[in-house]
Design a protein around this ligand. Structure first.
Ligand code: UGA
Length: 429
């Protein structure tokens, strides 16, 4: 099928590449001409495992192309996906100006029937607004349908999540676009749920908020574990073996971050408030999440006492493993909090250092993981990169002025670390 994706961020670019991979002809549109130029030249604006190869392969096969012209994108396809950012406003509500602008641009370029599909995460009832906008700005007065098709991919695992989705959700206002939407997803062999647009939009906010709730739940349990000498990983394993609960997203941490959970929680709370419901459960999820960072900083201060002038090595800057994304990264917040206390930082991340440089100043960026601890008073693990498990612990113990390691991601075994001579503080253990 001929498909257009507007927006080449983490969702749009991966979706475009995966649609092309299963045989569709895809045009990716981005208003940032420099980005389009970069993509055309084979460059990658983001790091996502497997993405570069996938883009290259499908561009060479003639199934994937890039343009800065929305009009070209609209002319070339019958189905247009919107995958532009929906960033948070200062009050927690969602900035829908990118969606509105793209809806207007699509409308003014339409000369025949199109299906306009929203893939960005949006508040419930946005589909209605998109439909109204298109109707208003469509010069040719042609027929169109609006659909909602929320995306559930995780950064760092995006290609795999998109190629093997648990389910595909399609929200529609009439039956007309259903078959085309199903045809797009048939090659992915996943269950397809067809529902109304409001439900589809809500599925996304409800799912993300529930996952965030799961993390806050285990983080709250980690507090009780620390107070009693229990081990949160053992508790999570025991809970997770119940199929009704499941083990995934039960890893205690210094809190969740990223461009989705914090934003979607605030948005869902706001939306509920506007509908007259105080979703206090979700406010508690946020409170617990903020508390994790506070408790972790407190642990560092309790151990090192005065941080002013102390050298601290930080492993991890991305908001999670396998990504270069530092938006709302707990690791960056941790660095800022340590700097506020006067600590001097040496930092390392396998992929996120370039992006971190824009938001984290006055630190030493170290090129190699094993060099970070050099001359530091303590080492902190802030991101769950699997390669941090291969840290040369013998060397770290020798080059640290004191063998102190704070692990915000529970990567090491407590007993083994103590046997190696570390003062080792982690989460809920
Ligand atoms: C999340 C959802 O998992 C995706 O399904 C969704 O499509 C996406 O948001 C989105 O709305 O676009 P993402 O933000 O990429 O994906 O990353 P996650 O893997 O969900 O991790 C989010 C945060 O939670 C990270 O900071 C991670 O370190 C933390 N986390 C995750 C924990 O602290 N503990 C866990 O057990 C799992």
């Amino acid at each position: 099928m001929k498909l257009t994706i507007i927006g080449t961020g983490y969702v749009g670019l991966v979706t475009g590449a995966c649609f092309a991979e299963v045989g569709h002809h895809v045009v990716c549109v981005d208003c940032d001409e420099a980005k389009v130029k970069m993509l055309r030249a084979g460059g990658m604006p983001i790091y996502e495992p497997g993405l570069e190869e996938l883009v290259k392969k499908n561009v060479e096969a003639g199934r994937l192309s890039f343009t800065a012209s929305t009009q070209e994108g609209v002319e070339k396809s019958d189905v247009i996906f919107i995958a532009v950012p929906t960033p948070p406003m200062p009050d927690g509500s969602v900035d829908l100006s990118f969606i509105e602008r793209v809806a207007r641009e699509i409308a003014s370029s339409m000369t025949s029937y199109k299906i306009i599909v929203d893939k960005s995460t949006v508040p419930v009832k946005t589909g209605d607004k998109v439909a109204e906008t298109i109707k208003r700005y469509c010069k040719a007065k042609v027929d169109f349908d609006v659909a909602s098709n929320p995306e559930f991919l995780r950064e760092g695992f995006a290609v795999d999540d998109l190629m093997h989705p648990d389910r595909v959700v399609i929200g529609v206002r009439s039956q007309r676009p259903v078959q085309a939407m199903k045809d797009i997803y048939t090659p992915f062999n996943a269950p397809i749920i067809v529902t109304d647009i409001n439900s589809a939009e809500l599925i996304k906010h409800a799912a993300n908020s529930f996952l965030a709730l799961k993390i806050s739940y285990i983080n709250a349990v980690s507090v009780i574990c620390e107070a009693t000498g229990a081990n949160v990983q053992e508790v999570a394993n025991g809970m997770g073996m119940d199929n009704r609960i499941g083990r995934r997203f039960l890893d205690a941490s210094l809190g969740f971050g990223g461009s989705c959970f914090p934003k979607d929680l605030s948005a869902f709370i706001q939306i509920s408030e506007q509908l007259g419901y105080d979703f206090s459960l979700l406010k508690e999820v946020q409170r617990i999440n903020d508390g994790q960072m506070d408790r972790f900083i407190k642990k560092i201060i309790e151990t090192l006492w005065v941080l002013k002038g102390k050298k601290i090595g930080v492993l991890g800057l991305a908001f999670k493993q396998n990504t270069d994304d530092v938006r709302m990264s707990p690791a960056i917040e941790l660095c800022h909090r340590l700097q506020k206390e006067g600590a001097i930082l040496r930092v390392y991340d396998p992929k996120a250092m370039e992006k971190a440089k824009a938001v984290l100043k006055d630190v030493t960026y170290v090129d190699k993981m094993n060099d970070v601890a050099e001359g530091c008073d303590a080492l902190v693990i802030a991101t769950e990169w699997p390669e941090f498990k291969k840290l040369d612990l013998e060397r770290a113990r020798k080059v640290l002025t004191h063998p102190i390691l704070f692990d915000g991601r529970n990567l090491f075994d407590v007993k083994e670390m103590e046997a190696l001579g570390f003062i080792y503080k982690s989460i809920g253990r």
